[in-house]
Design a protein around this ligand. Structure first.
Ligand SMILES: [Zn+2]
Length: 189
């Protein structure tokens, strides 16, 4: 029995949303805000992904995984495409995603959007360097200071930076001064 267009779209969305991030397997691409859009164009399912950064080595793997998930879900024909604009921001990590990061022992990034809910402009450069804490913000939507991340295990704010780059380029390595455990911090950008 063939699916209606609505059923096929829902099945495609469910299949794509369950694909995990290769670098943080406890988070799905939906949790990370990478899954931008799923729609039907002329009988073809079109899935649009927003990679966390242009040269992210995981992007190709994620595209392959989404394709495999769509194949398994039986929703072919389909296209998996990558869209670089608007640029992904760590603010797009969902509330569930932030909770799962904590559960994985990774301090989630602070949300950098303004109180008014203003998003970073799409022309903003993607960044991997941690934002300078004591510098005047380059734009109104940048925070004036970035407090050190709290320990994901004991919630202590007494943490210290060990290395600007942790297990991947998008994370820094910190250590908690209270429980002495090192942990990854997902840098905001
Ligand atoms: Zn701790």
């Amino acid at each position: 029995m063939s699916l209606t267009a609505t059923e096929r779209l829902a099945r495609a969305r469910d299949a794509a949303a369950q694909v995990c991030d290769p670098e943080i397997p406890s988070l799905s691409i939906e949790d990370l805000g990478i899954l931008r859009d799923v729609r039907i164009e002329a009988e073809r399912i079109v899935v649009t992904l927003a990679p966390t950064y242009t040269a992210c080595p995981a992007t190709e793997a994620i595209c392959d995984d989404v394709g495999a998930a769509l194949e398994t879900a039986g929703v072919a024909p389909f296209t998996v495409q990558v869209s670089l604009a608007p640029a992904w921001s760590s603010d797009w990590i969902t509330a569930a995603g932030r909770r799962k990061l904590l559960e994985a022992g990774i301090a989630p990034p602070p949300c950098l959007t303004s109180a008014a809910g203003e998003r970073a402009p799409v022309t903003a450069p993607l960044r991997f360097m941690r934002r300078e804490p004591d510098r005047a913000p380059a734009a109104a939507w940048l925070p004036r200071t970035e407090p050190p991340p709290k320990c994901p295990r004991c919630q202590s704010p007494q943490t210290e930076l060990l290395s600007e780059y942790g297990s991947t380029a998008c994370k820094s390595l910190y250590r908690c001064r209270v429980c002495a455990e090192p942990f990854d911090y997902f840098k905001p950008y």
